[in-house]
Design a protein around this ligand. Sequence first.
Ligand code: GTP
Ligand code: MG
Length: 218
Amino acid sequence: MEARILAKNDAIAAKCRAWLAGREIVALNLVSSPGAGKTTLLERAIADLSRELPLFVIEGDQATSNDGERIRAVGAPVIQVNTGTGCHLDAEMIARALSELKPSVGSLVFIENVGNLVCPALFDLGEHAKAVIFSTTEGEDKPLKYPHMFSAAKVAIFNKIDLLPHLDFSMERARENVLRVNPDAEIIEVSAKTGAGMQALYDWIRVQLTAAKQSVLV
Ligand SMILES: Nc1nc2c(ncn2[C@@H]2O[C@H](COP(=O)(O)OP(=O)(O)OP(=O)(O)O)[C@@H](O)[C@H]2O)c(=O)[nH]1
Ligand SMILES: [Mg+2]
C-alpha cells in the first residue's frame, strides 16, 4: 500500500520536475521541524531577492493560511495548501499549485513544507533540491535522530545563529552530525532574523539557477 502511494507520487513528481526544468525554474523544498524559521527566512529572501529574480511560493501547513498571508504581505505570489491530517505535501498538491501559480520562466519557486522532520523526507515533490532548516534551538543531535531528512537534503541551513550566545549549542558538533548522515551536504549558517549569513545562501541559490539554465542547454 505504502509502496503504491510512493510510486504514484514519484510518477507525478517526475512530471513536475520535467515541467520545471523545461522552464528553467528552480524549486526548493524547505523542510524543518515546526518553528525552525522557514517562513521568516522566506520573508527575508523575498525582500532581498525579488528585485533580482521572479519569486513564487507554495505554502504547506496542516491548517491556517497564516504563512501564506505573511508571504503575500512581502509581495510574492503564493498558493496556500492545507493538508488537513496529512503531515507532508505531495506531488499532486504541487502539480495543482503550479498550474494555479504559473511561475514564470527562469523563476525561483520556494515550497514551504509542513513542519516536521519525518514524512516530508519520503515524498519527492519534483523539486530541484530539499533544503533542511536546522535551528540552533533544536539541539545538535537532530541529524542523527532524523537521518532520512538530513540525508535527503542538498543543503542544511543552520538558522537562529543570533541566539548562539544564549545556548549550549555546539556548531562544530552539529556540523559533524550533519556530515555523518550526509557527507555531501552543504552547510550554511544564517540568522533569518538579523540577516547574517544570508548572502551565502543567496549565492548558493544563484549557483542552482545557473545550473538549471545550463542543464536545459545540454
Ligand atoms: N532569534 C531568532 N528567531 C527566529 C529566527 N528565525 C525565525 N525566528 C523566530 O522563530 C519563530 C518561528 O519562525 P517561523 O518562521 O514561523 O518558523 P516556521 O519554520 O515557518 O514554522 P512552521 O511553519 O510553523 O513550521 C518566530 O517567532 C520567528 O520570529 C532567527 O534567525 N533568530
Ligand atoms: Mg512557516
